[in-house]
Design a protein around this ligand. Structure first.
Ligand code: NDP
Ligand code: MG
Length: 396
């Protein structure tokens, strides 16, 4: 019997890789709903190919456009709109699994809805977990949901962990997680060399093809910071049990080190269809359309320490996790504002960590007991970051 999938963020990089895996297994997977935000024509094209019951768009203007295109193609598909509809298609009883691949905080509510309604959650949207880690993990446990990490590093860690991992490092003889980082497009650059880098240089990742926001995060190393927090929540460990290892080839996607001296790693091409197919089919394995790894082609693997002085975002994230409460949500929101301002050429690359640090410094201690606490922290941090933005604006 086939399984029904909702793809949140179907028009993005992860969304289209997910659809490519689905395309290869038409008898096994069927699309229940696809969601998009600005790329409505692409969303409708995917709807015409995959025939979902629903597509979700943000507003009436987008809905009009989508209905027009669907009618032209004589495609029968219901068009829903708004945030409530995102949560609905993530939690409808017919849905078996949800690919959470909306970028940023906008993905939190529908991803949490998938967890609360006991789905298999394929988690690409790391920001949702960073913002609301304890609530999210509790929702998974309380509702019998399955959480499969799609982020390549976390997928590799999941594969390298004991199958029956209980959430306790000591019980399984685990010493630490080795979280690999490519180093991004600006690896080995000095601060002076980074003074005038442009958005197009920042999004040109050497190994992975990804959306603009995560590409900038990779360039600042905030992506590794968010991933460190993500790993702490997913695998129930402390930040000091994770070591970031810069590995420029992105062939090893992360490792787990055990107390007998063993290090278990997952290797593969830098192609997100591998972790996506793994999450969809787990515990089975299916063809992902990924080129097989040829170790003779690769020939060498390098490992170096991260450069914390040039790329302070990694330590900002570690600090946010250790302070706990609303700090991870505040870090995430400040980063989203800073990255958007950099991508629109309002602020410089080096202003990104400065702005985030200033917001973090102004942040009061506050615990998180419910979703409103997280959403409130997100709003507060965005207001703070926007208020601070004028002092970082570039002269045009
Ligand atoms: P993209 O920018 O390529 O895609 C983002 C998706 O989210 C698009 O479908 C976009 O719609 C949708 N979207 C954007 N804003 C909103 C909003 N406000 N409300 C609803 N939907 C919205 O990003 P990626 O696919 O690269 O990344 C998606 C997530 O996966 C991120 O959290 C990222 O960190 C994570 N991830 C990505 C990896 C990758 O290789 N790309 C690797 C590991 C994790 P539209 O395009 O129609 O505007
Ligand atoms: Mg990653």
């Amino acid at each position: 019997m086939s399984q029904w999938i909702t793809v949140l963020g179907a028009t993005g990089s992860i969304g289209s890789s997910t659809l490519d895996v689905v395309r290869r297994h038409p008898a096994r997977y069927r699309i229940y709903a696809l969601t998009g935000f600005s790329r409505i024509a692409e969303l409708v094209s995917a709807a015409i190919e995959f025939g979902p019951r629903f597509i979700v768009v943000p507003n009436e203007v987008a809905a009009e456009q989508a209905r027009g295109l669907l009618t032209q193609a004589q495609q029968d598909c219901q068009v829903l709109m708004g945030e409530e509809a995102l949560a609905r298609v993530a939690s409808d009883p017919e849905v078996d699994m949800v690919m959470a691949s909306i970028v940023g905080a906008a993905g939190l509510v529908p991803t949490l809805a998938a967890a609360t309604s006991g789905k298999r959650v394929l988690l690409a949207n790391k920001e949702a977990l960073v913002m609301a880690g304890p609530l999210f993990m509790q929702a998974i446990r309380d509702n019998g949901a399955e959480l499969l990490p799609i982020d390549s590093e976390h997928n590799a860690i999941f594969q390298s962990m004991p199958v029956n991992y209980s959430g306790d490092f000591d019980e399984h003889g685990i010493e630490k997680i080795l979280l690999t980082a490519s180093g991004g497009p600006f690896r080995n650059k000095t601060k002076t060399e980074l003074l005038n880098v442009t958005p197009s240089q920042a999004v040109a990742h050497p190994n992975w093809s990804m959306g603009a926001k995560i590409s900038v995060d990779s360039a600042t190393l905030m992506n590794k910071g968010l991933e460190l927090i993500e790993a702490c929540f997913l695998f129930n460990c402390r930040a000091d049990q994770i070591q970031v290892v810069v590995h420029p080839q992105s062939i090893i996607h992360s490792m787990v080190q055990y107390n007998d001296g063993s290090v278990i790693a997952e290797l593969g091409q830098p192609d997100m269809r591998t972790p996506i197919a793994y999450g969809m089919a787990w515990p089975e394995r299916i063809d992902a359309g990924v080129k097989h790894l040829d170790l003779f082609d690769i020939a060498r693997l390098d490992f170096v320490q991260p450069d914390h002085d040039t790329f302070p975002c990694l330590n900002l994230a570690k600090d946010a996790f250790e302070r706990g409460g609303i700090f991870p949500a505040v870090l995430n929101a400040a980063n989203e504002v800073a990255v958007a301002a950099f991508l629109t050429e309002q602020i410089s690359f080096l202003a990104i960590p400065e702005l985030i640090e200033q917001v973090m410094q102004a942040c009061p201690e506050k615990t998180v007991t419910c979703l409103d606490d997280v959403l409130g922290a997100d709003r507060w941090a965005r207001e703070q970051a926007n208020a601070l933005l004028p002092s970082y604006l570039l002269d045009c």
